[in-house]
Ligand binder design. Structure first.
Ligand code: G
Ligand code: G
Ligand code: MN
Ligand code: NA
Length: 250
């Protein structure tokens, strides 16, 4: 059984679907955004995780199709969701998608077809894409000129230097969950995080702490001055309809 062929079939048959995890204000717990996460339920293999099928798609030259299929579906579902007006949709993008010159045009078409304003979309890229700078920076700059925003995903796990932190065209920075988990037991990690906000402010990045798994972590992050968070404690990935939004006070 070739996973590559199965994936190709899944793409044609539309077997991939999308789960959404809320991104919330740590102070008021209001939903400010949702991250789209691709899911594949194979009829015989059961659920195949993205850690497995994304690299397969990248090697098989299918990541462009897979990425656009996820993006188009997420835009359509998100546009039809009335749960959190003004919230943004955050979609993961492979570095390989960013070197395809057709990508910005495809994103614009997906947004237009869904009737979604570009400001409602955030594209998540890992800091490792910065390794081969020029092409990727050009693509991201073009996208941002249309209003689409960019998030640096898994911040702290790669090798982002100060130099590209201030040259990289981004709006949001997502602190990797390994850091978030360390702050509970490592005072040095906490002090480092506590000073990063100033740096992020200086370069105009809004921070999201990832992987928040309990209230202690949430409280510590609030004390450290982190505005936004995501994690199992704040909401698991699921269908959009399952995202509980605080009802307005009447
Ligand atoms: O959904 P989960 O937390 O299991 O995701 C595991 C990894 O797969 C994460 O690194 C996430 O960014 C990645 N991932 C999930 N959905 C997509 C997608 O649609 N495209 C890409 N490129 N990566 C994805
Ligand atoms: O790399 P990226 O940040 O896109 O990864 C998203 C992945 O993180 C998803 O697969 C999601 O299921 C997972 N995730 C989300 N919240 C938590 C959490 O609180 N703890 C852990 N361990 N994983 C989480
Ligand atoms: Mn992500
Ligand atoms: Na991440």
């Amino acid at each position: 059984l070739m996973l590559r062929d199965e994936l190709r079939r899944a793409l044609t048959d539309g077997d991939l679907h999308v789960m959404y995890q809320p991104i919330v204000g740590l102070g008021d717990r209001r939903v400010v955004g949702v991250e789209a996460l691709a899911r594949w339920n194979h009829p015989r293999l059961g659920s195949v995780p993205p850690e497995v099928f994304v690299p397969v798609a990248e090697r098989a030259g299918l990541i462009g199709d897979l990425g656009m299929s996820v993006l188009r579906r997420a835009c359509a579902e998100f546009a039809a969701w009335a749960g959190a007006p003004g919230a943004y949709l955050s979609v993961n993008v492979s570095p390989l998608q960013l070197v395809d010159p057709q990508f910005p045009g495809q994103v614009a078409a997906a947004l237009a077809d869904a009737g979604l304003h570009p400001r409602r979309l955030v594209l998540e890229v890992t800091e490792n894409v910065l390794a081969d700078e020029s092409e990727v920076i050009g693509t991201l700059t073009r996208l941002r000129a249309t209003g689409v925003r960019v998030a640096i995903d898994d911040f702290g796990t790669g090798y982002a230097s100060l130099r590209y932190l201030h040259r990289f065209p981004a709006d949001i920075v997502k602190i990797d969950r390994t850091y978030v988990h360390e702050i509970a037991c490592d005072p040095a990690a906490m002090r480092i995080l506590g000073t990063l906000w100033q740096l992020f402010d200086a370069v105009g990045l809004t921070a999201v702490a990832e992987g928040i798994e309990d209230e202690d972590q949430a409280t510590m992050l609030i004390d450290l001055g982190c505005p936004l968070g995501q994690g199992f404690h704040l909401g698991h990935p699921g269908p959009l309809a399952a995202i509980l939004v605080p009802s307005p006070i009447r």
